[in-house]
Design a binder for this molecule. Structure first.
Ligand code: NAP
Length: 346
């Protein structure tokens, strides 16, 4: 009997055996990325039953990676790992080729190009995830494009379509319109039929927001969106810099506020804002919104990839980094002024 959990015979991309060791970003404790993240040679993981090992060709960088590495805010520690991080290899999105199959895997074959939101592990040469998580890469979609479609694109899609209940012909406001989530939110708002999109970002990102499809860009370093006298059907708040009272004033009657972010502090300061979202909008919004967290969705990832394949969606990819740059790219992500998506190419 063969043991199918053993490493496969060939890595089809390089036509070489899957090596016993790989290069990987790694952190054993919480802290500033530049202090706790290093890039090391570690054993290449072997897939358990139902899992698939993928040679990573591109991984994308998300705010989530920064939260996992720093362990902040503290109240998230029960899910991140109380004393030590549960996920010691950063990287929440990955795209690459299948190189080994755990026992019982039927959906994928060696050599298949696939992509997914993974539960950490993307900043490495190889990553494992359950077979159901990996989606086939459609023709015409690159690994670099596909790896942007996890956390950031799913959050923008679920935020506008599901929590914002965005309908065709509506007017949308997107605050924080130029980073990972925001650049997708601008593109997807238009794709989902918004008649007018107002994007809020800083000076250096104005042109990129216009190129992404925004009808109007408000440079928050020069003007204040509250001074426009405009009201919106959907306010996708990816910045969290205004009070909830001020956010409410920017909505038409029955308009929807989508809350996905809160102030970045060490302890519990984000909590009051997150908990008070429903209270602030219960009387003014048709569907009382709450602070939302996006979830991994194979259906959404496939739909997003199909939009790229059809030429309807183009992710904004600003920077490519090597694996050795992982500490620096994570440090920069923690500044929360990313321009589109940054990639790590292991
Ligand atoms: N709830 C969820 O499921 C979920 C999922 C993903 C992300 N998030 C959260 O959503 C936030 C954005 O994530 P991301 O990946 O898009 O981060 P990012 O790539 O770092 O983007 C941050 C964005 O915020 C903008 N920004 C910063 N200060 C601003 C201000 N004062 N006014 C308006 N915009 C401002 C930046 O634009 P400029 O550089 O032009 O200032 C940039 O567009 C993060 O807080 C993240 O933790 C939540």
């Amino acid at each position: 009997m063969t043991d199918s959990t053993q490493a496969p015979t060939r890595d089809h991309a390089t036509n070489s055996p899957v090596p016993a060791t790989m290069r990987s970003a790694f952190h054993e404790r919480y802290g500033a990325p530049e202090d706790v993240v290093s890039v090391r040679t570690v054993p290449t993981p072997k897939p358990a039953p139902g899992e698939v090992l993928v040679r990573v060709r591109a991984a994308s960088v998300n705010a989530l990676d920064w939260h996992y590495v720093t362990g902040l805010p503290m109240f998230a520690r029960p899910s991140l790992g109380l004393r030590r991080p549960k996920r010691q290899v950063p990287g929440a999105d990955a795209s690459g080729e299948v190189v080994a199959l755990g026992e019982g895997v039927t959906r994928h074959a060696i050599g298949d190009p696939v992509f997914s939101e993974v539960d950490g592990g993307g900043f490495a040469e190889y990553v494992i995830a359950p077979e159901d998580w990996w989606q086939p890469l459609p023709q015409g979609v690159s690994h670099e494009q596909a790896t942007t479609l996890g956390v950031a694109a799913e959050t923008a899609l679920q935020g506008l379509r599901d929590w914002g209940n965005l309908h065709e012909g509506q007017r949308v406001l997107i605050a924080g319109a130029s980073g990972g989530v925001g650049s997708f939110a601008v593109r997807l708002a238009k794709l989902l039929g918004a008649s007018h999109v107002t994007a809020v970002c800083s000076t250096r990102n104005v042109d990129a927001a216009l190129a992404g499809g925004a009808d109007r860009v408000v440079d928050y370093t020069r003007e204040d969106v509250r001074d426009l006298g405009d009201r919106f059907d959907v306010f996708f708040d990816n910045a969290g810099t205004m009070s909830l009272r001020e956010c409410r004033k920017l909505l038409v009657k029955g308009g929807t506020y989508v809350s996905i972010t809160a102030p970045k502090t060490k302890w519990v300061k984000p909590m009051p804002r997150m908990l008070s979202v429903p209270l602030h909008f219960a009387l003014t919004s048709e569907s009382a919104p709450a602070f939302k967290v996006a979830s991994r969705s194979a259906t959404d990832q496939s739909w997003l990839a199909a939009q790229i394949a059809a030429g309807r969606l183009e992710p904004l990819i600003e920077q490519r980094w090597s694996l050795e740059d992982a500490p620096e790219v994570l440090r920069r992500q923690g500044e929360f002024h990313a321009q589109g998506k940054s990639l790590v190419i292991p």
